[in-house]
Design a protein around this ligand. Structure first.
Ligand SMILES: NC(=O)C1=CN([C@@H]2O[C@H](COP(=O)(O)OP(=O)(O)OC[C@H]3O[C@@H](n4cnc5c(N)ncnc54)[C@H](O)[C@@H]3O)[C@@H](O)[C@H]2O)C=CC1
Ligand SMILES: O=C(O)[C@H]1O[C@H](OP(=O)(O)OP(=O)(O)OC[C@H]2O[C@@H](n3ccc(=O)[nH]c3=O)[C@H](O)[C@@H]2O)[C@H](O)[C@@H](O)[C@@H]1O
Length: 442
């Protein structure tokens, strides 16, 4: 199938390369010329496992290219995927401007061409949005009704950053929330070759499944972390309790997101919780549990800050090394990273902080990711990835968010006599008797 993808961020760049790999002819479009140039040079605009080599291969095979010419991309293809960003607006609701602008442009282009076209929305939207808001926009711009050679499908994406190519290839399910049967038939052809249950439903149900999944992930993490804080206060090993707890797959749906650890973050879970809360507020629906999730997450970061400040109260200098800055290992995405939040709090308390994260290379940061870290910690480049040996030698407080196996080995060599605040449950550190060790939930 010849298809276009609008928005070459995590979702668009990964979907574009993976769909090209499935045999489709893919044209990517982005407003950011650097992302377009990178794709055409065979380079992925994001940094994580597998995507670099996959992009290089499908671009060199001529199956994936990028352009800034939006109209040509629509004219030359039969289906357009929308995967532009939907960041949080000031009132907590997701900003739909980019989704709407792209939809309008697609509609106007198909009005001129007179050809059939299918629009597949992959960006996360609030329940009811496609049928209630986007369909009228598309129909008005195209000058035709949906069903008249024009289709609108909401097709949620479930990939996780850091494992996005694998997640694209092995999704839990493929959901097509289509306004027409023919639209679902056309969109289903995208995923020929993907071995996952294919579920057809209406757009509102599909939109709900996506946003509820993310809310449930955040809720589970908060639950596991609160369990961790509670059990630690009673001297009980939360890791062991939850290790056994998740073995119940009869009454508990899955063990994912239920291991106590550090706070959650990233560009999706916090954003989608805010989207749900703004929707609830607009409809005057009281959601006491979901309203508390972000507060619980912040309390978790403050608990770790408290552990570190307790050492300062004991006389240690305000100087620490933080391992891990991206929101999780295996990616350089810093957006709403809880490690950035922790770093910012420590800097605010006057710490001389060194940050080590081999995944984050300042020269590679782009777009919203770059803007986020520049706003949160303007001088981050000066703190990041100083010489590792020197950092380990000069810091008495080591905070382990995430670190490579190689770095963990070096940390182990330098840890004797130091304070280690472990957010990642590193057994090799936890089991040692010669360090001032404190785990976040154990
Ligand atoms: N990052 C993730 O793991 C996942 C994200 N999602 C959802 O997918 C959507 C996209 O997320 P990301 O890829 O992370 O966003 P992103 O912020 O990494 O990328 C969005 C891209 O859209 C581009 N863009 C904005 N307006 C445009 C326009 N008018 N025309 C063409 N390009 C335009 C931006 O320049 C940017 O490159 C969001 O709704 C997000 O909630 C869904 C599942 C997973
Ligand atoms: O809609 C989205 O954008 C995506 O959001 C999340 O994906 P992502 O944010 O990339 O990564 P996750 O692995 O879900 O991690 C999110 C946060 O939760 C934390 N986490 C994850 C797993 C866990 O067991 N515990 C935990 O604290 C991570 O460290 C991270 O801060 C969802 O999990 C994806 O299914 C979804 O497609």
């Amino acid at each position: 199938m010849k298809l276009s993808i609008f928005g070459l961020g995590y979702v668009g760049a990964v979907s574009g390369a993976c769909l090209a790999d499935l045999g489709h002819q893919v044209t990517g479009v982005d407003l950011n010329p650097e992302k377009v140039a990178r794709i055409n040079a065979g380079e992925a605009p994001i940094y994580e496992a597998l995507i670099g080599e996959l992009t290089e291969r499908v671009v060199s095979q001529g199956r994936f290219s990028a352009t800034a010419d939006q109209n040509a991309a629509v004219r030359d293809t039969e289906l357009s995927i929308i995967s532009v960003g939907t960041p949080t607006a000031a009132d907590g609701s997701p900003m739909m401007d980019a989704v709407e602008a792209v939809t309008r442009m697609i509609g106007e282009t198909v009005r001129e061409s007179g050809k059939a076209h299918t629009v597949v929305v992959r960006s996360t939207v609030t329940p009811g949005y496609c049928a209630g808001t986007l369909a009228p926009v598309l129909e008005a711009a195209a000058g035709r009704r949906i069903g008249d050679g024009l289709h609108l499908v909401f097709n949620p994406e479930f990939l996780r950053e850091g494992s996005s190519v694998r997640d694209f290839r092995e999704p839990p399910f493929t959901i097509l929330g289509s306004m027409t049967d023919e639209g679902a038939d056309i969109a289903a052809r995208l995923y020929d070759g993907i071995d996952a249950p294919l579920i057809r439903t209406d757009p509102g149900v599909a939109e709900s499944i996506k946003i509820l999944s993310n809310a449930f992930h955040a809720l589970k993490i908060s639950f596991a972390n609160e369990a961790g804080r509670l059990l630690k206060s009673s001297g009980i090993d939360a890791t062991e309790a939850m290790r056994i707890f998740v073995q119940d797959t009869v009454l508990n749906a899955s063990g994912a997101y239920l291991r106590p650890g550090f706070a959650f973050g990233g560009s999706c879970l916090p954003k989608d919780i805010r989207a749900i809360l703004s929707m609830a507020s607009a409809s005057r629906t009281d959601l006491p549990v979901l309203s508390a999730v972000m507060g619980s997450n912040r309390a978790h970061i403050d608990t770790v800050l408290g552990m570190i400040m307790a050492r300062i109260a004991e006389g240690k200098p305000r100087k620490a090394a933080l391992f891990g800055l991206s929101f999780k290992p295996g990616t350089d995405d810093l957006r709403e990273s809880p490690y950035v939040a922790l770093a910012e709090k420590l800097i605010g308390k006057g710490f001389d902080l060194s940050i080590i994260d081999p995944w984050v290379k300042t020269s590679r940061l782009l777009g919203k990711n770059k803007a986020f870290i520049e706003q949160e910690i303007p001088h981050f480049e000066a703190l990041l990835n100083r010489d590792l040996e020197t950092t380990l030698a000069q810091n008495d407080i080591l905070i382990i968010g995430h670190a490579s196996a190689e770095h963990l080995a070096l940390i182990g060599e330098h840890a004797a006599g130091k304070t280690v605040v472990d957010l990642a449950n590193i057994a090799a550190l936890r089991e040692r008797g010669d360090i001032d060790y404190e785990g976040v939930c154990w």
